[in-house]
Design a protein around this ligand. Structure first.
Ligand code: E4P
Length: 217
């Protein structure tokens, strides 16, 4: 399973990259705003900075909600850096844009996916990634991981090439369960990724090994 970090924070992206397990970055307008990055020029510059920090795909979201606007914006975003993946919302005009970018050979990430039907439509339109938001479903008393299972089943039935990018991952067990189900990618915060390191028996065991070593030296 590929690991993407879901942030626009450059320090956190650097830290995840230095761990050696980072495969890409996802951002969205809210994550940009959280870092104080506003205005088209600053946002564009920030995408380029992120691309320069990591090796993998970097999702950059369009703001337009009409087909022509998404195409114009998406083409501009894709021209910024070869690592850019154009992030398109799951709406009718977005589906048309996914197909347009597929035909143009431009990678896409279909965002704001909350049902298997939406994921199926995105795959049919040729999306590179489909992003089901599992945390936001959990927030609404609906099991987000069940959605990943259902999409996995449908995509495997027809060998769709679209990758399942489990998004809105909130904690470490989301990552572990996405891996058990067979999500292709997960995107989550640095805290969830670093949470995978934790086990008290590792800390206790290491402390004991080191203190025993010191006894003999
Ligand atoms: C996905 O690409 C989104 O940026 C993200 O995962 C949304 O997560 P949230 O529900 O924690 O805002």
């Amino acid at each position: 399973m590929k690991f993407f970090i879901d942030t626009a924070n450059l320090d956190q992206i650097r830290e995840a990259q230095s761990l050696g397990v980072l495969d890409g970055v996802t951002t969205n307008p809210s994550l940009m705003a959280k870092e104080g990055i506003t205005g088209e020029k600053n946002i564009i510059e920030h995408y380029v900075k992120i691309c320069e920090l990591v090796d993998g795909d970097v999702s950059a979201e369009v703001i337009a909600v009409d087909f022509a606007g998404m195409v114009k914006e998406g083409e501009h975003l894709a021209s910024l850096h070869p690592q850019i993946v154009v992030k398109i919302p799951m709406i009718e005009e977005g589906v048309k844009a996914l197909k347009y970018f597929y035909d143009a050979g431009i990678k896409t990430n279909c965002t704001l996916v909350f049902s298997t039907g939406q994921a199926l439509l995105a795959a049919k339109a040729g999306a590179t990634y489909v992003s089901p938001f599992i945390g936001r479903l959990d927030d609404n008393s609906t099991d987000g991981l069940e959605l990943i299972e259902d999409i996995r089943l449908v995509f495997d039935n027809y060998s769709y090439g679209t990758e399942i990018l489990a998004a809105s991952v909130r904690h470490t067990m989301h990552i572990v369960n996405c891996a058990k189900i067979g999500a292709d990618v997960m995107t989550g915060p640095l805290s969830a990724i670093k949470g995978l390191l934790n086990h008290p028996l590792t800390d206790i065991g290491l402390e004991k090994f080191l203190s025993d070593y010191r006894k003999g030296n």
